[in-house]
Write a new protein. Structure first.
Length: 296
């Protein structure tokens, strides 16, 4: 029921890319442009500034996005409440999540969902982004939550939650400082995730965009979990790029320090993935709940 033009605007506004929005919505790029122009004509306001291939939200666009996000959540809540009146939901739901989402994002959502729908049993499978995508394609899970920029045929990708990747070190490390210059990254010993990790993919992509070859990075250690990386960094003179969601406890306890990298901002989205087509009833129920859950 959510107005499709508003959905198109919301997708473009979050992705800041007409081509990616068209791919995600399964429509053509001219159709995306048409919907945006119709909205701009309706409100009599410009929603995006365009500079070549790059776009950014205007003040009106930013305000409309806030309303669009609220309306989208309200529609999902309405649909979930109406579905709850029709059926007493029960059964098994299989969820997959990349490591960061599985450890730091989904647990409170799953707890809230189980409290509201106690007859639904949830199984959570954790792995890196590539593994979760494969689990979805093979039918091992009903819905997944991942990070990364890959796109596989047969999978629908929908933005779920904004994230920021930050450079961190132990608060007691000799490397601790407020900021570093971008080119200094080449000389800092880093601990990083394994190949196939969505976090590593996003970091490497950002470095390449700023003219730094990931092959020139001084990798001190490669580990396959965020917790392992945090433990290593806390006990070494190394740094690491980690999701801000994964280090909130350590920041509050003054154990880890965020080091600003001048001219480098690494923002990404966690994506919800499902096979193309209408999700099953329990998947749709969880999806609606997850998108309306108030993450702290």
């Amino acid at each position: 029921m959510f107005d499709f033009r508003l959905k198109v605007f919301q997708t473009v506004a979050h992705r800041l890319n007409f081509t990616k929005a068209a791919r995600e919505l399964f429509i053509t790029q001219p159709a995306v442009t048409k919907h945006i122009k119709e909205l701009e004509a309706y409100f009599g306001l410009k929603l995006f500034d365009r500079n070549g291939s790059r776009i950014r939200l205007t003040a009106a666009g930013r305000r409309l996005l806030g309303h669009a996000d609220q309306v989208s959540k309200l529609y999902r809540t309405m649909e979930m409440d109406m579905a709850e009146l029709k059926n007493e939901h029960s059964g098994e739901l299989y969820i997959g999540a990349s490591t960061t989402a599985a450890q730091y994002i989904l647990p409170p959502i799953m707890a809230g969902f189980h409290q509201r729908f106690p007859n639904v049993s949830i199984s959570l499978k954790s792995g890196n982004t590539e593994e979760i995508e494969q689990c979805l394609l093979s039918g091992e899970i009903d819905v997944g939550f991942i990070e990364g920029q890959s796109r596989k045929s047969g999978i629908s990708y929908t933005t779920f939650l904004k994230d920021e990747i930050v450079l961190v070190c132990s608060a007691n490390s000799p490397l601790a400082r407020d900021s570093v210059e971008l080119l200094e990254i080449k000389d800092i010993p880093l601990v990083q995730r394994e190949q196939g990790s969505g976090t590593l993919e996003v970091v490497n992509h950002a470095l390449k965009d700023h003219g730094i070859d990931p092959g020139e990075i001084k990798v001190s250690m490669e580990l396959n979990s965020t917790e392992s990386i945090k433990g290593y960094v806390l006990n070494s003179h190394c740094m690491a790029f980690l999701s801000i969601h994964s280090i909130l406890k350590e920041l509050a306890g003054n154990e880890l320090l965020v080091v600003d990298v001048q001219d480098l901002d690494i923002e990404r989205y966690f994506y919800r993935i499902q096979l193309q087509g209408e999700p099953n009833t329990l998947s749709k129920l969880f999806i609606n709940f997850a998108h309306t859950y108030n993450l702290k």
